[in-house]
Design a protein around this ligand. Sequence first.
Ligand SMILES: NC(=O)c1ccc[n+]([C@@H]2O[C@H](COP(=O)([O-])OP(=O)(O)OC[C@H]3O[C@@H](n4cnc5c(N)ncnc54)[C@H](O)[C@@H]3O)[C@@H](O)[C@H]2O)c1
Length: 286
Amino acid sequence: MAYNLLKGKRGIIFGALDNKSIAWKVAELAHEEGAIFTLSNTATALRFGEINELAEKCNATVITADATSVEDLTNVFTKSIEILGGKVDFVLHSIGMSLNVRKHRVYNDLNYEYLNKTLDISAVSFHKMLQVANKMDAINEWGSVVGLSYVAAQRTLYGYNDMADAKALLESIARSFGYIYGREKKIRVNTISQSPTRTTAGSGVKGIDGLMDFTERMSPLGNATSEECAMYCITLFSDLTRKVTMQNLFHDGGFSSMGMSLKAMNMYNKSFNCDCEEVSEEPISD
Ligand SMILES: NC(=O)c1ccc[n+]([C@@H]2O[C@H](COP(=O)([O-])OP(=O)(O)OC[C@H]3O[C@@H](n4cnc5c(N)ncnc54)[C@H](O)[C@@H]3O)[C@@H](O)[C@H]2O)c1
């Protein structure tokens, strides 16, 4: 059911690759909620992904850009304002990539050129986007910018590698730029820290199946899906959240506040065949 939460709003959505992408779900829902927007991704993503199908469905123009290039980003904002007929109200940064992860370099044997790329693509590009938009005055007052993060920014999770450092930087940029953008132009900047999700980027995370099973068992509400993440993004783009800024907002079914759950404890006990009694899910208060 649509609520017209984004009626009359213009936006830019970065990072839709295929129909599993979080940005893809955000675009579909933003369209349903009445927004008009442009889509952006790299030339490679355009070649191998399915973004044109999404563009057709949402009546959106695709603008090619490498998010690490200030020139490309300037072009995305300039063209978007032209195409959409005015300044934008929301921007989604749904971008992440680590060459160290791709090339199986572990955290204590990083290739530093790859690390620079990881940080540039996955975090500094967020700063570049904000700086370009601010200098161009491309976002309307009470506009909203959202980046996607992961709990590895706060807690160490096996195998997340240098992306953990990128997410910590991404969240810090949201706070630092959020202060300036809020003070000067009443624009919100937040990150959403999403549950592990089976997307192209997500599948690159070491042991994603076990991780998703673990977080599902640990989270009282279960893992958040990409569709649910899209719903949360829409609320942050809407006028219902005008005073939310500089936050890292966990969207993870409660995982980030847990230490051990009953479901995870039962699974753990089973794993080493201990004769510990299986605790029931039923009446239990601790
Ligand atoms: N999938 C998960 O488990 C999960 C969990 C938490 C956060 N996130 C974050 O969500 C965001 C979206 O990822 P996703 O899971 O939808 O996967 P995805 O693979 O569908 O999206 C990643 C996108 O980044 C784009 N990208 C890579 N390099 C780029 C560059 N130089 N310039 C512009 N775009 C570039 C890719 O083309 C792709 O569209 C990422 O920031 C990711 O870290 C994902």
